[in-house]
Each structure stands twice: as C-alpha cells, then as structure tokens.
Design a protein around this ligand. Structure first.
Ligand code: NAD
Ligand code: USQ
Length: 404
C-alpha cells in the first residue's frame, strides 16, 4: 500500500514507518521537526541519541534498499498538506503529528492554546484535504485512552448502548479527559465522526494507551536508527521515567498514592495495530474506534515491577511518593474493553516479558546521559503556570517565533 505517516520523525511514527516499509509498503513521512524543537525549548534530550531524520532515512535505504520519501512541513499549513497528498497519493494516512504531552499542554495559556490549535487544526486540515484530493483514502488517527478519563463504569470501544427513559441508542462513549492535550483528542474525535458522516470518509480512531519500549526489529538493525526514549517530566511517560530513575539510583517518582490506573502497550504492538488497521480499512462513512492497549496497571504496580527488574540487574530503587501535580483520581475503578484489535489478529507482547530487555537495559546502557534535574515535576495542573527556570527557556522560544 501507499501509506503516508504524518509525524514519522516521532516516537511512534518512526517505529511505524520502518515497520510498514519493511513489510513492503510504499511509505512516506511528513514531519515539521516540532518535537525536536520542543526538546530545545524545554532544555531536554531523549535518553537515546537520535540522529537527524535525513541521516536515519539514508541508513535505512542503505541497509534495506527501501526508500522512504520525506515531506518536511507543518500539517496545520493546508497548502503544504494538500500538495503533499497530491504528490504521495496515499491509500492510507496514519496521523501521529500532534503535540502529545499532557504536561506540555498544562504549562500555561500559551501552551494550552498551541496544543489545541496544532492538534485540532492539523486534523481538520487532513479531513478537508482527504475529502478534496483522496476521498477513498483511509484515515488512521491516533487518539488516546485518556479521552474517556476514569468513569466508574466499564469503558467500551468508542460507543455505548444507552437506554434512557424507555428509548435506546448507540452513542459516543462519554468523554472526561484530564488535560488540555487530552481534550484536543476529544475535539479531533468529534470532528472525524462528523466528517465521516457528512462526506462519507473512512476513519479509524485508535484510542491508544501509554506506549513503552524503544526497540522494534527494524530499529535494532543499526544504532543510527535508534528511537526516542523520553524520561523528562513533560514528555517522559511514567514507565520510561521509572526505568531511567532506577538506572541512576534516583527514587521512583510516584505521584500521589500511585493508584492511577492506565492501559499500556509495547511499541511493537503499536506498529502491528497500525498495520492491522491499514489492512482492514473502515467502510466509507464509518468512523470506528479501537481501544489500543494490551494490559492495564496502576502506577504503583509499575513502580513495583521496575524495582524488581532493577534489583535483578543489581540496582536498588526506592519509591518517593510526591504530591500529585495533576488533578486526577488516585484511586478509581478502571476496566476498559480492548478486543477489536485482538479480533483482527493482534498477538500482544506483555510487559513482564519485555521490561528487562526493552527498557531497563536501554536505560542502563545510556545512564550517563541522564540529567537528574529532569525528574521532579514542575508543571502543576492547579497553577497552570511554570517554575521560573523553565519559563525563561519558554520566553526565549517565544522570541524565536511562537504565534501565541
Ligand atoms: P512524538 O511527539 O514523539 O511524535 C509526534 C511527531 O509529530 C513529532 O515528530 C513532531 O515533530 C510531529 N508533529 C507534531 N505536530 C506537527 C505538525 N503540526 N506538523 C507536522 N508534524 C508535526 O509523539 P508520539 O509519542 O510518537 O505520539 C504520536 C501520536 O500518538 C500522538 O498523536 C499521540 O497523541 C498519540 N499517542 C501517543 C502515546 C504515547 O505513549 N507515546 C500514547 C497514546 C497516544
Ligand atoms: N505519573 C507518575 N509519576 C511520574 C509520571 C507520571 O505517577 O513520574 C503518573 C501520572 O500522574 C498519570 C500516569 O502516571 O497518572 C500516566 O502519566 P504519563 O505521563 O505516563 O502518561 P499521560 O500523561 O497519560 O500521557 C501519555 C502520552 C499521551 C497519551 C497517553 C495515553 O504522553 O500522548 O495520550 O499517555 S493515556 O494515558 O491512556 O491517556
């Protein structure tokens, strides 16, 4: 298939582009390098030393003989996006190209506005461009499990049958997201459902859980292909952070009591889920939703697993219970359905099998690059404004050209 991967320089996008290319698809990447720019803004670096995208693509071509085309630009720029789709003529577009850190969206007004404009406008542009140029193209869009929040009932896959005052209907599952970032995904979901309904577009909204792991078969071909491993308080997700912390003997930063429960999946399952969605496209007019995760854990479960894994490798990690900087339920019911991708053929990798290999060993290998000042949370949901140190960096970035 001809597949465009929007956001293909990022964590999920890079692994997906290589995987789909290795499977014989004709892949192109679209990215504006925003993610690398946000690292500069925040003064952080991925634990793994990632190479410039052009170099990564050259090495991939040399190793496999397969070319991945590159289109550098911003998907919020309609003319750029439209000309890219005209040139690439994709049968499927996989859309990862959004600002994805909840803490980044909660820094202050400017970052909340940026996140929602970047994400909502990018997705709207894609919907309009597909309608105008490739109406049969299947949109595979990354949403998030965080759109649902943590309701006190079972979470369904996108839609729920409701009986109200004697009448029944199947309606979108209620959304109670926990950050301006997660809200941007809810807005995207509504826009996609609407566009499919009125224009007959075909879309799959993948409500993905927290992804972990760095190594996929393709990334492992060569050091130059290595993927991101973010561990800072803004872009680092909880499991990566705990592993990086354990690797340098820093206490594991459990927020609150650690009872927050989320769905998780291995990056190797992310790429397979995308492939399964592409191979089994939605019907014209259909906006279907898959919950894309394989296991659920509480934050404290994860801390315990990391402690045990680290101990086996000779590293001791204590737990530090920090006041939760977020506004979230620390103890709650959580039972989310996730059978549709399994029905399509997903064979999950489980955390207990891969934690040591994929995470602790990578964290230990690059432990000299860990900057421990990146561990303690500074972005606070209640204040929605940031510590002085970071604001100074933001102000310089604003001078460098932020629109908001
Ligand atoms: P990432 O930040 O590593 O990658 C996103 C990529 O998109 C970056 O390369 C960035 O430069 C690019 N991008 C952003 N805005 C753009 C724009 N306007 N124009 C062009 N390119 C742009 O993020 P990720 O972890 O790979 O996440 C990818 C997607 O998956 C996101 O939509 C995210 O919400 C979703 N998701 C991620 C996770 C996770 O745990 N990483 C979990 C659930 C959902
Ligand atoms: N947490 C800690 N300690 C830490 C970091 C996080 O206890 O050091 C807690 C948070 O309070 C939260 C949970 O761990 O309760 C998950 O936080 P996270 O930063 O790992 O993940 P989150 O903010 O939810 O966002 C990540 C991705 C996002 C994606 C989402 C999927 O960055 O793009 O949408 O996971 S989900 O969580 O299902 O919404």
């Amino acid at each position: 298939m001809k597949i465009c991967v929007l956001g293909g320089d990022g964590y999920c996008g890079w692994a997906t582009a290589l995987y789909l290319s290795a499977k014989g698809n004709d892949v192109s990447i679209v990215d504006n390098y925003a993610r690398r720019q946000w690292d500069y803004e925040l003064g952080v670096q991925t634990l793994t030393p990632i190479r410039p995208l052009v170099e990564r693509l050259r090495v991939w071509q040399q190793l496999t003989g397969r070319t991945i085309d590159l289109y550098v630009g911003d998907v919020t720029d309609y003319e750029f996006l439209a000309s890219t789709l005209r040139a690439a003529e994709p049968e499927a577009v996989v859309h990862f190209a959004e600002q994805r850190a909840a803490p980044y969206s909660m820094i202050d007004r400017k970052h909340a506005v940026f996140t929602q404009v970047n994400n909502v406008v990018g997705t709207l542009n894609l919907l309009f461009a597909i309608r105008e140029l490739q109406p049969d193209c299947h949109i595979v869009k990354l949403g998030t499990m965080g759109e649902y929040g943590t309701p006190n009932i079972d979470i369904e896959e996108g839609y729920i049958e409701i009986e109200h005052k004697g009448r029944k209907d199947v309606l979108p599952f209620p959304k109670q997201p926990g950050s301006f970032y997660h809200l941007s995904k809810v807005h995207d979901s509504h826009n996609m459902m609407f566009a499919c309904k009125i224009w007959g577009l075909r879309a799959t909204d993948l409500n993905q859980g927290v992804v972990y792991g760095t190594v996929t078969d393709e990334v492992a071909f060569d050091e130059a292909l290595i993927n991101r491993f973010d561990y800072d308080e803004v872009f680092g997700t909880v499991l990566n952070r705990f592993c990086a912390q354990a690797a340098v003997g820093h206490p594991l930063t459990v927020y609150g009591k650690g009872g927050q429960t989320r769905g998780f999946l291995d990056i190797r399952d992310t790429v397979r889920c995308i492939e399964l969605a592409c191979l089994n496209p939605a019907a014209p007019g259909e906006c279907r939703v898959f919950n894309q995760f394989t296991e659920q854990f509480s934050v404290l479960d994860l801390a315990g697993m990391v402690q045990a894994a680290a101990r086996k490798l000779g590293y001791e990690a204590e737990i530090d219970y920090l006041a939760d900087p977020r506004v979230e339920a620390e103890e709650h019911y959580y039972n989310a359905r996730h059978s549709k991708l399994i029905d399509l053929g997903l064979k999950p990798h489980y955390l207990s099998d891969s934690l040591l290999d994929s995470l602790m060993n990578i964290a230990i290998r690059y432990r000299d690059r860990v900057d421990q000042t990146m561990f303690l949370p500074q972005v606070n949901w209640r204040r929605a404004t940031n510590e002085r140190r970071r604001q100074t960096a933001m102000e310089s970035a604003a001078v460098a050209g932020s629109k908001f």
